[in-house]
Design a protein around this ligand. Structure first.
Ligand code: SAH
Ligand code: SF4
Ligand code: F3S
Length: 483
C-alpha cells in the first residue's frame, strides 16, 4: 500500500481501481437512469485484437455493456501504425467522435495502441484533439481502470505513454469474442528490426512470458470451455530467448531455465482438454527442424503455417534485414511440405521496397509461382518515419508500385484459388464458430488449415469440433456436409 492506501503491486492495484470505477460509474449510471455502454474499435494485428479483449474485460467488470454503436459512453480506438494510411483514417474517425460527444458531453474518448507510441501523434492530439480524454500506449493497457479514474477525478486529458514495458501484469479480466477459442500471448515486442517496420519501436523489446504462466492461462481457459488457442508473438520461433537490455543494447544471454518454442508447443499440447493449437507469426530465419517435427507429429497442432516471405529477391531481403535468402526460404518450404504434405502455407508479401527493380519484383513472382501459397496478404511498402528504410535512396514511384502490386495480386489470387481446390472432397475436422451471416440454416466453421466451410447444421454445434466433407469450392471457402 502507498500513503493513500492504494496497493502498489499488480494486479491488486488495478483491481482496486476497477472497484473504484465501479462506484464512480454506478453514480453516473444512477444519474442517467440507464445502462452505460462502451464501444471498442480495433485496428491492426492479432496482438491488438487480443489487447482489446483485455480492455473489454476490464470495462465489463466495471459494469459497462458492449455495443458496436459509437454512440456509447466510452469509446476506445485501439490503433495500428504499421502502414501510413492508418494515421489519416484515425484523424477522420476522430472528427466523427467529436460530433457524437456534442450530444453526450459525458462521453469518454480513449485512444491507445501502437500509434500512440509515436511522439508526433501525441503532439497532434494534444494540439488539435483536446476532446480526447484518455491516451495510453502499448505498454500500459492493463491500467485502463486507473487512467479512467484519473480522468474522472481531474476532468482533464490524461496521457500516459511508457517507453517500455515495466512489467507484464497477469491475471486481469479478459473478454473473449468466442467462448471456445482464444488468443494467448507468449511473448511481447520484437527485436528483429526489419528495416521497413515500425513494430519494434512501438511494441518495444522482445520478452517471452514464462512457460508456467502460459500453461496456467491455457488450463484456466480450457476449464472454461476453450478448445482452441492461438499462441501470439511477432516472432514465435524465437520464444524463450532471454536478453539483457541494459544501456539500450540487445545482448542474448544463456539461461538454462528457458525452453524453446517447440518445447512450449509440446507442453501446451499435453493440456488434456485442449483440442487445437495455432500460432502466429513465424519468422523464417528462426524456424527450426525441431518445430517442423513437433508440428508433424502432434495432432493437436493445426496444419497451417503463416510464414511471411516479404520479398523474393535476396538483395531486397538483405536490405530488409530479414536474414534469410530466397533459396533458404524455398528450401524451408520444401522441408515443411516433405514433413506435412497437406499443410496450408500462407504469407505476407510487400512490393515497392526502396531500390526494388523489375528484376527483384520478378523474383517475388517466382517465389509465388514456386511455393503456391494457400493465401497471401499483399502490401504496398509504406514509408514509416524513424525506420532505416525511410532514409534509403531509390524510393519507388507510386505508379510503378501500383502496377507491380496489381500484377502480384492477380497471380496470388489465381494460385490460391487453385490451391484451395486440392481439399475438395476431403473430410476435415471443423471447429464450428457461428451461424452463417447470409443464410441462417448454415453454420460456419474452420478446418485446422484455417479454411472456412459452411454447412447445414444446428446451432447447438457451435463450439464443437465436427467432421465435415468439403464438397464444393467457392473461391476462398467451401460448402460442405457434416459426416
Ligand atoms: N512479425 C510479423 C509481421 C508483423 S507486421 C513478421 O515478421 O512477419 C504484418 C505485415 O505487415 C508484415 O508481414 C509486412 O508484410 C507488413 N508491413 C510491415 N511494415 C510495413 C510497411 N512499412 N509497409 C508495408 N507493409 C508493411
Ligand atoms: Fe516487424 Fe520484422 Fe518484427 Fe515482424 S519480425 S514485427 S516485420 S520487425
Ligand atoms: Fe499494427 Fe501494432 Fe500490430 S503497428 S500490425 S497493431 S503490433
Amino acid at each position: 500500500m502507498d500513503t493513500n492506501g492504494i496497493p502498489v503491486m499488480e494486479p491488486d492495484r488495478q483491481y482496486y481501481f476497477i472497484n473504484l470505477c465501479k462506484e464512480q460509474f454506478f453514480d453516473i449510471r444512477a444519474k442517467k437512469n440507464r445502462e452505460l455502454t462502451y464501444c471498442v474499435t480495433t485496428f491492426g494485428c492479432q496482438m491488438n485484437s487480443h489487447d482489446s479483449e483485455k480492455l473489454k474485460g476490464i470495462l465489463d467488470v466495471i459494469g459497462f455493456s458492449e455495443q458496436e454503436d459509437e454512440k456509447s459512453d466510452i469509446v476506445i480506438y485501439n490503433t495500428c501504425t504499421v502502414r501510413e494510411n492508418a494515421n489519416q483514417k484515425l484523424y477522420g474517425h476522430l472528427g466523427h467522435l467529436k460530433n457524437l460527444k456534442q450530444n453526450n458531453p459525458d462521453m469518454i474518448i480513449c485512444l491507445c495502441g501502437c500509434m500512440m507510441q509515436e511522439p508526433h501523434v501525441i503532439e497532434t492530439i494534444k494540439q488539435k484533439y483536446g476532446f480526447v480524454d484518455v491516451i495510453f500506449g502499448t505498454h500500459n493497457i492493463y491500467k485502463l481502470a486507473e487512467l479512467l479514474n484519473t480522468h474522472l477525478n481531474t476532468k482533464k486529458q490524461v496521457i500516459e505513454i511508457l517507453e517500455k514495458s515495466e512489467q507484464t501484469v497477469e491475471s486481469l479480466p479478459q473478454k473473449r469474442k468466442y467462448s471456445f477459442k482464444s488468443g494467448v500471448n507468449i511473448m511481447f515486442g520484437c527485436n528483429n528490426f526489419c528495416t521497413y517496420c515500425i513494430v519494434p519501436y512501438v511494441r518495444g523489446r522482445e520478452k517471452s512470458r514464462k512457460p508456467d504462466e502460459i500453461l496456467d492461462e491455457i488450463k484456466k481457459l480450457t476449464d472454461r470451455g476453450v478448445k482452441e488457442v492461438m499462441l501470439l508473438g511477432q516472432n514465435v520461433n524465437s520464444y524463450g530467448k532471454v536478453f539483457d537490455y541494459t544501456d539500450g543494447k540487445i545482448v542474448q544471454i544463456d539461461d538454462d531455465s528457458q525452453i524453446t518454442f517447440p518445447e512450449l508447443l509440446e507442453m501446451v499440447c499435453q493440456i488434456p482438454k485442449l483440442e487445437r493449437v495455432r500460432f502466429m507469426t513465424s519468422h523464417p530465419k528462426d524456424l527450426s527442424d525441431e518445430l517442423i517435427e513437433v508440428m508433424a507429429t502432434n495432432d493437436k497442432i493445426c496444419k497451417h503455417l503463416h510464414l511471411p516471405v516479404q520479398a523474393g529477391s535476396s538483395v531486397i531481403l538483405n536490405k530488409m534485414n530479414r536474414r534469410y535468402t530466397k533459396e533458404h526460404y524455398l528450401a524451408l518450404v520444401e522441408k515443411i511440405r516433405a514433413a506435412m504434405p497437406d499443410i496450408s502455407l500462407t504469407t505476407d508479401i510487400m512490393v515497392g521496397f526502396p531500390g526494388e527493380t523489375e528484376e527483384d519484383f520478378q523474383e517475388t513472382l517466382d517465389v509465388v509461382e514456386k511455393v503456391k501459397f494457400d493465401q497471401a496478404f499483399t502490401f504496398i511498402y509504406s514509408k514509416r518515419t524513424g525506420t532505416p528504410a525511410s532514409a534509403m535512396d531509390n524510393q519507388i514511384a507510386a505508379d510503378v508500385v501500383k502496377d507491380r502490386f496489381n500484377r502480384l495480386l492477380e497471380r496470388v489470387n489465381t494460385i490460391s484459388n487453385n490451391q484451395i481446390k486440392r481439399y475438395e472432397g476431403k473430410c476435415k475436422d471443423v471447429l464450428v464458430e457461428e451461424i452463417n451471416h447470409q443464410d441462417s440454416r448454415l453454420l460456419t466453421g474452420r478446418t485446422g488449415e484455417n479454411i472456412t466451410v459452411h454447412f447445414k447444421g444446428d446451432q447447438s454445434l457451435i463450439g464443437q469440433i465436427v467432421n465435415v466433407r468439403l464438397d464444393t469450392c467457392k473461391g476462398f471457402y467451401f460448402i460442405g456436409e457434416q459426416i
